[in-house]
Design a protein around this ligand. Structure first.
Ligand code: ADP
Length: 244
């Protein structure tokens, strides 16, 4: 479903991603962990071309972009459409209700009929446990509820892959569980997911594979049981030690 080959990203002189290669099969859940500044967010953003890689290629489903060559402007939206992104700070439109936030993408980008889009948005919000909050504005919702709207909004575009960038980091601890539960359900339904998170419990329970990144490279990747119990690399060991 996803193939990334030798992706580099530089911000001027700062070399943030130093040759990332990775493939993820359909229906798999990959959790990315690593110290702050190691390039996890940048990697996710390169996957949907919110950041344009300096070189390397990204393939999601049947859309492949080779950034080492000249990429046509029209192909970037094609790649982006394959992915749904969930952000740390929800990024909801404050002046729109929950249901309006979720139907906005389908209506404006996909030109879906408004009533159809509204019905689908209502169904998605019900799925994430917010069937009674359709007409609430973000400010009237808790952080956990806002993030669940964020997930419903990403799903509304029928993505092939869901990308989560520290989706629970901004939440009060008591609200983390409700968001992880929705993510776990999505995983069980067979959604292909890449999740940057510090929630090691979620990684242990839900991930098929955990990737440890440091200083712009993938240091180690393994099943959660192996990586957490017996990391092969000293850097991974030190990072995990730090979390305890
Ligand atoms: P992580 O998600 O692992 O904390 P990031 O991908 O956010 O790491 O950041 C990796 C490095 O790239 C950091 O040093 C950060 O300051 C830098 N960086 C990220 N985005 C930009 C940007 N738009 N311009 C310049 N530097 C950036």
């Amino acid at each position: 479903m996803i193939t990334i080959t030798d992706v580099h990203k530089q911000f001027n002189t700062l070399h943030v991603l130093k040759g990332i290669s990775l493939s993820v099969e359909k229906g798999k859940v990959v959790v990315i962990i690593g110290p702050s500044g190691s390039g996890k967010t940048t990697l996710l953003r390169c996957l949907n071309a919110l950041e344009v890689p300096t070189s390397g290629s990204v393939q999601i489903g049947d859309v492949k972009l080779d950034f080492s060559k000249k990429v046509e402007r029209t192909s970037i939206p094609k790649l982006r459409k394959q992915t749904g992104m969930v952000f740390q700070n929800y990024n909801l439109f404050p002046h729109m209700t929950a249901v309006e936030n979720v139907m906005e993408g389908p209506v404006t980008v996909k030109k879906v009929d408004k009533e159809k889009a509204r019905a689908k948005a209502a169904a998605l919000l019900t799925k994430v446990g917010l069937g009674d909050k359709l007409d609430h504005y973000p400010a009237q919702l808790s952080g956990g509820q806002q993030q669940r709207v964020g997930i419903a909004r990403a799903l509304a575009m029928d993505p092939q892959v869901m990308l989560f960038d520290e989706p629970t980091s901004a939440l009060d601890p008591e609200l983390v569980g409700e968001v992880l539960k929705v993510m776990k359900e999505l995983a069980q339904e067979g959604m292909t997911m890449i999740v940057v998170t510090h929630e090691m419990g979620f990684a242990r329970e839900v991930a098929d594979e955990v990737i440890f990144m440091d200083q712009g490279v993938i240091v180690e990747r393994d099943t959660p049981s192996h990586l957490f119990a017996k990391p092969r690399e000293e850097r991974t060991r030190q990072f995990l030690q730090h979390l305890k």
